[in-house]
Design a binder for this molecule. Structure first.
Ligand code: FE2
Length: 333
């Protein structure tokens, strides 16, 4: 759904309207799952934060997610510091937590000239159309995640298969604090030596919307399964048809082939059904294809704000070139 102002509208107009019409935009958001605000001339992180505050929702500051992010102002972060050629597969924000954010907000402080879209997908439709065989396994067993992280001894912020270090994710080098946060989120911790950490946790893999009671596919299987990235990069190549997207797709296919030979124990991130059964390559391809079938891709315009109901709609990122800065904020459940 798009709320479009006349070109050059004052951001203050929208901020006031949001404050005064919460029941109206909440109703639209509950139905459509996402609202794009266009033509309101938002131009700075502070203005974006004013918009976030206008929702009168409890805004988030502590990010226990997997993307490397930089905090810009109190409730505003860069969406992802991953390099531009990295694809980010469709996911609901922090779906591996017991209480993921309720709403997610993106602001195109600077849209890229081409590509770099933030596609969205209705997770309620994905659940409805998920093949029965996969549905049954998720209903019966849920989803299990295992992630390995380097720590502060590793100077690099991210490596090819690891998107950040554990000290960056937990926002501390204090292992007692890490344990405390992990206990709150039912993460099982396994330390390897002093610096390496493996986190294991379990979720249902689906979620019921707190208000509308609809059911949505709600997990990070695409982000953490090695096959999903391969399907994604070839879908991106079909869309972008560039030499770079072909090279990335080819390279990732080769690297993933090696990963497959080395077996799941060698994978730094690993997702299975909750009983430990592997999600087969065939199942993962079906999941990826279903997402691409229903994905909505729109081009950012500088100044756009996208508001997402995180219990109903997923998001991702397509690779891009050149300057682009998308900022993010979120409201807790
Ligand atoms: Fe995300």
């Amino acid at each position: 759904m798009v709320y479009e102002g006349s070109p050059g509208s004052d951001p203050k107009l929208l901020i006031d309207w949001m404050q005064q019409n919460k029941s109206e935009w909440t109703k639209d958001l509950n139905n459509s799952g996402a609202i794009l605000f266009r033509n309101f001339s938002f131009s700075s992180p502070k203005e974006f934060q004013e918009f976030l505050l206008s929702t009168k929702e409890p805004l988030g500051e502590f990010y226990l997610g997997t993307s490397p992010r930089d905090q810009i102002v109190q409730y505003v972060f860069t969406a992802s510091e991953l390099p531009p050629h990295y694809p980010i597969m469709q996911h609901a924000e922090m779906s591996f937590l017991d209480n993921p954010p309720k709403y997610l907000f993106f602001f195109a402080e600077r849209a890229s000239e081409r590509d770099g879209e933030t596609p969205i997908t209705d997770l309620r439709t994905i659940w409805e159309e998920m093949p029965n065989e996969i549905r049954d396994k998720v209903l019966k067993h849920g989803i299990k995640y295992r992630r390995r992280y380097d720590g502060p001894a590793q100077k690099k912020r991210y490596s090819l298969w690891k998107t950040k270090r554990w000290d960056e994710m937990f926002g501390t080098v204090d292992k007692t604090e890490v344990k405390k946060i992990s206990d709150q989120n039912r993460f099982q911790l396994h330390w390897q030596g002093d610096d390496q950490l493996t986190i294991v946790n379990h979720q249902d893999g689906i979620r019921q919307h707190p208000t509308t009671k609809t059911t949505a596919w709600h997990n990070h299987s695409q982000t953490f399964h090695f096959q999903a990235a391969v399907s994604e990069v070839w879908s991106i190549f079909k869309r972008q048809k560039s030499i770079r997207s072909f090279s990335v797709a080819l390279l990732l296919t080769i690297l993933t082939g090696i990963k497959r030979l080395l077996g799941p124990e060698s994978h730094d991130v690993h997702v299975t059904y909750g009983n430990g059964e592997e999600i087969s390559t065939k199942d993962m391809k079906l999941i990826s294809n279903l997402f691409w079938k229903h994905m909505k891709i729109f081009s950012w315009r500088t100044g756009d704000i996208l508001m997402i109901d995180n219990y109903s709609v997923s998001h991702g990122r397509l690779p891009f070139k050149g300057p682009r800065r998308i900022l993010v904020g979120w409201a807790n459940s």
